[in-house]
Design a protein around this ligand. Sequence first.
Ligand SMILES: C[S@@+](CC[C@H](N)C(=O)[O-])C[C@H]1O[C@@H](n2cnc3c(N)ncnc32)[C@H](O)[C@@H]1O
Length: 370
Amino acid sequence: MFMTKKDISVYIHIPFCKSRCFYCDFVSNLKNEKEIALYVNSLCREINNNKILKEFKIKTLYIGGGTPSFIDKKYIYKILSCFDLNNAYEITIETNPESLTLEKILFYKKNRINRISIGLQTTNNLLLKQINRKHDLKTFNEIYFVAKKYFKNINIDLIFGLPDQTLEMFYRDIRYVVNIKPTHISLYSLKIEKNTVFFGKKLNLPDEETERKMYHDAIGILKKSKYYQYEISNFSVKNFECKHNLIYWTSKNYLGFGLSAHSFINNQRFKNTSNFYKYIKNPLNGVDKMTTLTNKNLIEEFVFLGLRLNVGVSKFNFYKKFKIKINEVYDKEIKKLKKEKILIENKKSIVLTKLGFDLANYAMSQFIFD
Ligand SMILES: C[S@@+](CC[C@H](N)C(=O)[O-])C[C@H]1O[C@@H](n2cnc3c(N)ncnc32)[C@H](O)[C@@H]1O
């Protein structure tokens, strides 16, 4: 019998970078060409042997890292060739300014990639050095305008709350980015993660009040320039939200391939190994962890992820998925958070307030079942 295929999103992890940024704890390695070739072979083996992929239509694909633009385009070609992308409407590649070239931009365009994400982080050359970035503003500026010539949809990553960053420095970052008109801006608050150069170091970080001012002022400046916030850290001009990331935040199915990649499919969560050599040797045995989520787990995740969004958690979608009203499950918690001005409720949804976004971890912890 003819079966209509369901939609799916695909994430591909490229765990390579030329150098490691001092704040970064993403799974990435500084490897040689031979190891990159071995990795891509294993990645393609993993993809080609995946049984469930064939049951789905790929709608979005995201090549993340690490730094996918760091590896030769022949590898990207090989990876893309593993997929049927005829139904895909958003194909993103993460890049950084020093590894992106005109040749790569033309190649990405020719091979159906239609969204480029560039890690600028800050426009201040001194701060860039201090976080161990290898580009300066001039390098970024030059390649950005080349990319803009060929790509309509470009994201820029910025980090705020960097060591030694002042409000003035940060305003310059925001104004600069707004002026060059990308379609999307990701604005991350610096997190000091374990296993990074910054961890345990004495850093001159902005105090909490300044850090929050950076965030709220940025939201205001961006709004004036028609960049709408749709998630805690993400802003876009109308209709240019990242469709791939929206899949994560609305608890839809996705498959992840490569080192440490996660998948969420039919209420099961899988995580691939983070051990490079184990993955290279046998990518088909690479699943480290499989968790079948209970209904309670699914409800918790649905709410945490939904609360990251400016539209919040839709009551209708909650009911559709769980066959019970969100107010029946979380009556006490919703009332408490409303009283604390962390959450607002309307007919259609529950949404974090401005204060709620600042206290997002606390707010989300209220939705965990005992
Ligand atoms: C997976 S990283 C890829 C970055 C890309 N390879 C590059 O070199 O620009 C995606 C983004 O996460 C953000 N990020 C990474 N670590 C972070 C941290 N500790 N705190 C805040 N943002 C972080 C950065 O903005 C970064 O561009």
